[in-house]
Design a protein around this ligand. Structure first.
Ligand SMILES: N[C@@H](CCC(=O)N[C@@H](CS)C(=O)NCC(=O)O)C(=O)O
Length: 210
């Protein structure tokens, strides 16, 4: 059987989501660490973003499409519940995470630490400070949303596969780390799911401490 190949840097939360989807499905996959806008990524994604997938002669981009393909192409447990309403709620939360939560928590906040683009290479303080009030609101919403230990459907779903990689990075940064500590439900949620075999087994290398 041809392995699924996931191209993209393992640190990317969207790459990680697709790898969790493969692991939950129980299929072998290989991750080829590949930066965005590299020739291999550009060959598949019209805007040069990661992840992209190769499966034999088939190529695909966009994490949600890749997760859907992996889900339908192989036997094995699904990250989307059978029940119509639970499936819809799973899609609702997966969409909220990728269209509203990721743009704030990752693109605006975390990226201002990891890829600040400042002249001196230091974190982009004004961009970080501007994001904090809205972040506090999102943490409050998420604390309520994971009250039963999952984001949707009362079990681990695609919605959690989108959220947990984001919270992994936010635990490591100062303001978001404090916001998480102040939310016991959300802290317990991320700690527990980071130990899930599909999540732990696909985790990116730990950043080096300075
Ligand atoms: N909607 C895309 C988002 C992918 C995305 O934003 N990937 C980021 C890394 S986490 C990226 O490639 N950024 C580079 C860029 O936007 O130029 C998906 O779900 O796959």
């Amino acid at each position: 059987m041809v392995d699924v190949e996931i191209l993209g840097m393992p640190q990317s939360n969207f790459v990680w989501t697709t790898r969790i989807a493969c692991a939950e499905k129980g299929i072998p996959h290989v991750n080829r660490p590949t930066p965005p806008h590299s020739p291999e990524i550009d060959a598949v994604h019209p805007f040069g973003r990661m992840p992209v997938m190769r499966h034999g002669d088939f190529t695909l981009c966009e994490s949600r499409a890749i997760c859907a393909y992996v889900d339908k192409a192989f036997d094995g447990p699904s990250l989307i519940p059978e029940d119509l309403r639970q499936a819809a709620l799973t899609e609702q939360w997966a969409s909220l995470v990728s269209t509203t939560i990721d743009p704030l928590l990752m693109r605006r906040y975390a990226v201002s630490y990891f890829f600040p683009g400042t002249a001196d290479g230091k974190p982009d303080r004004s961009r970080i400070d501007a994001a904090l009030p809205e972040m506090a609101k999102q943490f409050a919403i998420l604390e309520t949303a994971v009250a039963d230990g999952f984001l949707a459907a009362g079990r681990f779903t695609l919605a959690d596969a989108y959220l947990v990689p984001i919270l992994f990075w936010l635990r490591l940064l100062p303001e978001s780390g404090d916001m998480l500590k102040a939310r016991p439900g959300l802290s317990a949620y991320v700690a527990r799911h980071l130990e899930r075999p599909s999540v732990a087994g696909t985790a990116p290398p730990r950043p080096e401490k300075d």
